[in-house]
Design a protein around this ligand. Sequence first.
Ligand code: HEM
Ligand SMILES: [Cu+2]
Length: 559
Amino acid sequence: MSKKVSQTLKEKSNRAMGVNAADAKLTKSFMAVAFIALLVGGLLGLLQGLERAGLIQLPHWFNYYQVLTAHGILLVIVLTMFFTIGYFYSGLSHTLGGLLPKVRKMGWIGFWMQIVGLIIAVIPVLTGRASILYTFYPPMAASPDFYIGLAILVMGVWVCTFGAFINIANWRKMNKGKHLPIFAFFAMGVFTLMFFGSIGVTIEVITLIFWSAGILPTINVMVSRTLFWAFGHTLVNIWYLTAVSAWYVIVPKIIGGRRFSDTLTRVVIVLLVITNIPGGFHHQIVDPGMTQTLKFLHTFMSLSIAFPSLMTAFAMFYVFERTGRKLGGKGLFGWLKKLPWGDVRFLAPMIAMIAFIPAGAGGIAQTTNQLNQVVHNTMWVVGHFHLTVGTSVILTFFGISYWLIPHLSNRVLTPKMNKIGVIQTIIWTVGMIFMSGAMHWVGLLGSPRRTSYTTYGDNATALGWDPYLMFLAVGGTLLIIGVLIQVFAVFNMMFFAPKGVTEFPIAEPEDPEEKTPMWTERWGLWIVLMLIVVSMGYVIPLVDFIVNAPPGSPPFKTW
Ligand code: HEM
Ligand SMILES: [Cu+2]
């Protein structure tokens, strides 16, 4: 009894301090896994970078493709997924008055299912039975346990998405007629994409289990690739929307400003959710079997995402300029100097946003049929996603960690740790300029992606790539220093930083009088619209692939 009382007292005081201890523990667990994935994935990345530059040779029992598979899975699936779920769960807890006990339990069940799935999937990768890269394209086949692990991982993600939906639905029931707090609105968008975007790939993965186990003799390769990219492309936008949530909601508060129009922010979220999924064919522009019209439709949908992105760019610089001028910035660019460049919580996401300018431009180039022919499957593409996910998204996540981790641990960001963060951000930026720059360039010169070091029998063109690959290795080395600092910072802030209160920074809307129209809250309608748009993009090609199927493929082991 007395234990219970003291427990609730503790809970109350924690809530007054802005953090619910039980919810914080859940998010901290997600964060710990995310940053361990960064550490291991980063070390593997360095090995790849050194191998590609011809500086080291990986042994046959731990070869390039094995390492590359693990690097991809750890960084673009584990790191991003765990970070995203942990971050939004903490935000739901913070803005909706704590997670429901049921939802917290679902969070833990989802967490452990993901861990178990991950372990089951990673073992075959480490033992050389699944060197099929994170895209796991058939006809390359891993041993069945790899796909079983992936399936459990996705189910774990679903449990977390349902938890979020339940918490949000409960809040809406208790707060009829009110707008969902903006952070929870972002969470709703992200979890919607996460759930609907992963249904297709789950069907694919389950089919692959039977195929790799020999129960299904052949597989329809085009259907698999299409289901994969309906997910893969959505995953990209899940990261993007997560980063955008911090740009719209958190960054303005950190610089002492207010956030951009509430209505437009919500419209951007809804637009991204509705238009996102059927853009997947821009990853399959050179694939056979679908008509020009369909590819064009997907290109159109891909480019339509550029529209909310440009709105975001406008909104952010508007907020920066207004805040800078309010702080006394004069002249055309004086306001820029007034921004808190020395604050890692601003600097990291700011560089992330700036990186998105070339990153987004590269994406528009890639989604264009003719230009795609030039860069498809070259190192250019690798350069592109180290700028998008490896910089725009990850630097935003890093920036978030410098307030979220202290907030969750009831600790503070010390000036010293802030400085370490600023140094980390600069190292990451310089490292990525070298690495991603070299990747883009050497890709234009024809160097293929997903290929371990070779001179193709001392072919002159291939030898010409060497100097660029050297820059790649230099960048990779800087990046690993960045990884080590970042992981140190996260665990230091989690366990050792001085005790104190750190707020969860959520900016007020710029115009408190603004009446956001209630139709923005019609999530049922947005989901129906999304499903219509998804069907528009996928029903015809999938039916066509299945009805007019070419001969299926048996599994192949290419390594
Ligand atoms: C220490 C930092 C990093 C280094 C040195 C590094 C290096 C590399 C290299 C050399 C490749 C292989 C290129 C190829 O042969 O195709 C690669 C692939 C990749 N990297 Fe990184 N990377 C780093 C960080 C990251 C981060 C932070 C992310 C994402 C969050 C990321 C995501 C990926 C992905 C998705 C691939 C493609 C895997 C595939 O093609 O299957 N990397 N990286
Ligand atoms: Cu895409």
